[in-house]
Write a protein that binds this ligand. Structure first.
Ligand SMILES: Nc1nc2c(ncn2[C@@H]2O[C@H](COP(=O)(O)OP(=O)(O)OP(=O)(O)O)[C@@H](O)[C@H]2O)c(=O)[nH]1
Ligand SMILES: [Mg+2]
Length: 383
């Protein structure tokens, strides 16, 4: 999968509950710390209105699915075991799991607003909890990135390659690309000469990776236990309830609700279940709690700045060579071009690029055409 979202946080934050509701899989959930002892990986879906509704033909997704005109685009998520203060030095379940976060394109910092003695925390306490986890992640990454720096800078000083490529040799530890290194250097205006980098530069670069390239999203869970979430939302936190989401998913599975979005009770629901569903509905409709699907969309589209593009072989029927309608939905970066899409489809298509065609307007597009969200594009290439 092209990218992955990591769920990090202290023990008992509800990471595994969130993971289960997102991926529709069953993992261990427990009211005790360190229930999860190994990173769980699974597939969640980002929802988009599918363009097949415009041409009145059903689509056949190669990956993910499409239900009632809503396309489910797969995104990998990871449930990382609980992090505690000192985790970067090996405390708690240790730091081996931090390594999983290197693979994450974005990190959800999940916070429980309930302390060990079941008291609801103040906004200040919640903020401190969030900062603590972020500090551990930061300490771990900066220590690993800066490890053996002198030897590294000596080694690369003899290489006749651009400075940004020298930086990449170390920064590839974060799983980032040359494009990402360039982006950090241009935003931070850091001196790119690694031979003069010391602790300050190592920390600044690490911090930039964690803000610019791999954003950390602060999310308060267990919103069902909070009466008022306005203050905490004003501080930039999202507020969700993994528990509600999991209940809704189970209700959907057993036919008690017809769909996950509108939360309408079916005739199968008992009076008690209706009452419970009404409570959940009110929490969402009042805006006190956010739907997890909206959170995912905000991470993928706003934070990671992804767009969805549908490559096709036939610009009129929107099919591939075999006649499948809209088989692929690719998540691409904002600013990517028609040529980038061609390479994404296949290296040979990228190398043989002749032109692209807009599936809606039938306009001919050059290789440098900047893709737009929801584009349906045909690539014409030498074969
Ligand atoms: N009220 C409420 N409880 C929740 C919510 N999400 C999770 N919980 C409960 O919180 C406890 C911990 O949930 P887990 O999902 O196991 O937490 P975790 O973060 O994976 O914990 P570790 O694996 O130990 O790090 C369980 O008792 C859950 O039922 C929520 O949204 N609301
Ligand atoms: Mg867990």
């Amino acid at each position: 999968m092209e990218f992955s979202i990591g769920i990090a946080g202290k023990p008992n934050a509800g990471k595994s509950t969130l993971f289960s509701s997102l991926t529709e899989t069953v993992v261990a959930i427990g009211d005790y710390p360190f229930t999860t002892v190994e990173t769980n990986k699974g597939v969640a879906y980002m929802k988009e209105k599918c363009p097949h509704t415009e041409i009145g033909k059903e689509c056949s997704p190669r990956r993910g699915r499409c239900i009632n005109g809503t396309r489910y685009i797969p995104v990998e998520v990871m449930d990382v075991p609980g992090l505690i203060e000192g985790a970067s030095q090996g405390k708690g379940m240790g730091n081996q799991f931090m390594d999983s976060l290197r693979e994450a394109s974005a990190i959800i910092n999940l916070i429980s607003p309930v302390s060990g003695d079941k008291k609801i925390m103040s906004t200040e306490e919640i903020t401190r909890e969030a900062e603590e986890v972020e500090r551990e992640i930061f300490l771990w990454f900066s220590a690993r990135f800066g490890n053996d720096w002198e030897r590294f800078s000596k080694k690369v000083s003899h290489l006749s390659i651009p400075n940004e490529e020298k930086i990449l040799q170390k920064a590839s530890f974060f799983g980032i690309s040359l494009k990402d290194v360039r982006r950090i250097l241009s935003i931070t205006k850091m001196n790119d000469n690694v031979s003069i980098w010391g602790d300050d530069e190592i920390m600044e670069f690490t911090r930039s990776v964690l803000t610019i390239i791999r954003p950390i999203k602060r999310v308060v869970n267990k919103g069902d236990l909070l009466d008022n979430t306005e203050e905490i939302r004003k501080k930039g936190f999202h507020v969700i309830s993994a528990d509600y989401e999991l209940s809704l998913f189970r209700a959907f599975r057993s036919g008690i609700i017809r769909d996950m979005d509108s939360i309408e009770a079916s005739e199968k629901a008992s009076p008690k279940q209706r009452e419970a569903l009404e409570k959940i509905r009110t929490a969402y409709y009042s805006g006190r709690i956010e739907r997890v699907s909206d959170l995912m969309e905000s991470i993928v589209k706003k934070d990671l700045q992804k767009i969805v593009v549908y490559p096709v072989y036939d610009e009129n029927k929107w099919t591939d060579k075999e006649g499948n309608v809209l088989p692929d939905a690719f998540l691409m970066d904002q600013g990517d071009t028609a040529e980038d899409l061609a390479f994404r489809v296949h290296t040979d298509i990228g190398n043989g690029f002749i032109r692209a065609v807009n599936g809606r307007t039938k306009m001919i597009l050059g290789r440098s055409y900047i893709l737009k969200d929801n584009d349906v594009i045909r690539i014409v290439a030498k074969s």
